[in-house]
Design a protein around this ligand. Structure first.
Ligand code: APR
Ligand code: ZN
Ligand code: ZN
Length: 362
């Protein structure tokens, strides 16, 4: 049966977000209705509000979420009502070349729920952020977007694995393949960079060098596991990283800013046979000029990391287990928990520098 719930809408470009009543249809074939328990506030939600992603307003915001499956549609067998799940952006097909080669994050045929949720007042269809829309008491998703995890974990912590924290940890452990004893440098220590630091620690890195232009971020990075820190507003980070590595550079350099100068620093801060992992997302007009002799002469590899190159069914339960065992402190990423009507305020606080994640809890 269709039902009404409250959710946070971005009504138009740069307009304040607000809580509205939504209508959620009963789940159709392959779909699930999830009762949301927690949803983190991510920069991408702000970009939806600002029109940086698309102009298909109104959006239903929120996409870093965990909750309990309430009802499933026809043909759904992988999850059942009562299951505690983390949501991922897109259900993968399992059949295409990318899926068959074990790289579902490049799947050619991903999908979200077929039906749309609507605004109760006007009947307008809502575009859910990243196909999720979880700043809402309940949301409609494709069942393949739900991954079951240990239900004893805090929902606020679990939800973070649905986006930024997974992107950072995955950049280190999946894309960068950080190994025991490696030296890792992380440029940009926001939520994503800090998660990369936590991932590098988990993988057994011997040295983890945090680079940022803000000392407060470096202090937090040290709590996440950085063994050295470099303020690149005052020191050349490439020189500093070389000095800390006997002149060689880091085995793995993770760029988590998304700017030409930091891409360049990452390129030059790696050991000749090292790996650069690009997680920071640049804008379309940004360009990088490099001497071809340097591109040719420096070996190693340059990789971009897409959603932490994660396999939700493998990585979400594993990281939840490690957190539950006390071996990965995902709780450190939750700066504050807030109510549904405080999302606008959380956007304002995002640029203050003190908040890693604000999480809406229900
Ligand atoms: N050099 C080093 N650090 C920088 C620089 C710079 N030139 N400019 C900004 N930073 C730091 C900021 O001080 C901040 O700590 O980069 C960090 C960015 O963090 P957030 O704004 O919190 O962003 P985050 O959510 O971590 O995402 C980082 O990864 O997935 C992508 O789209 C995401 O491009 C974004 C990046
Ligand atoms: Zn996100
Ligand atoms: Zn596929």
């Amino acid at each position: 049966m269709a039902q009404e719930v409250r959710g946070v809408i971005a009504p138009g470009k740069n307009e304040p977000v607000r809580v509205e009543t939504l209508v959620i249809p009963a789940p159709g074939p392959g779909e699930a209705v999830v009762q949301v328990q927690a949803c983190g506030v991510c920069h991408t939600d702000l970009h939806y509000k600002q029109g940086g992603i698309s102009d298909d307003y109104p959006f239903l915001l929120g996409h870093e979420a965990a909750g309990v499956v309430e009802e499933v549609g026809e043909g759904v067998t992988d999850v059942a009502p009562g299951d505690f799940v983390i949501l991922n952006w897109r259900a993968v097909c399992g059949q295409c070349r990318a899926c068959k080669r074990g790289r579902p994050w490049y799947c050619f045929d991903t999908h979200n729920a077929q039906q749309k949720m609507t605004l109760a007042s006007t009947g307008q269809e809502l575009e859910p952020a990243l196909g999720i829309g979880a700043f809402a008491e309940k949301t409609l998703v494709a069942a393949g977007q739900c991954t079951k995890v240990d239900p004893s974990v805090s929902p606020a912590v679990a939800g973070l694995l649905g986006c930024g924290v997974m992107a950072g940890i995955g950049a280190a452990i999946n894309t960068g393949q950080v190994g025991r004893g490696d030296t890792v440098a992380v440029i940009g220590c926001g939520g994503v960079g800090d998660a990369a630091i936590a991932g590098a620690r988990l993988a057994g890195a011997a040295r983890i060098i945090a680079v940022d232009i803000d000392d407060r971020k470096l202090t937090t990075a040290e709590k996440m596991g950085a063994t050295h820190s470099v303020n690149s507003a005052t020191v050349d980070p490439v020189e500093a990283i070389r000095e800390l590595t006997g002149g060689f550079g880091a085995d793995v350099v993770i760029e988590a800013v998304g700017r030409p100068e930091t891409y360049k620093q990452a390129f030059y801060a790696r050991d000749l046979a090292g790996t650069v992992v690009l997680v920071g997302v640049p804008t379309p007009e940004m360009k990088l000029e490099l001497p071809l002799l340097d591109v040719f002469g420096r070996g190693g590899s340059l990789k971009s990391s897409w959603y932490g190159d994660c396999l939700p069914s493998r990585d979400f339960p594993m990281l939840v287990d490690l957190h539950q065992q006390g071996r990965l402190d995902l709780g450190a990423f939750v700066t504050e928990t807030i109510a549904l009507d405080e999302v606008e305020k959380a956007f304002e606080r995002m640029h203050g520098g003190d908040v890693l994640r604000s999480v809406v809890v229900f």
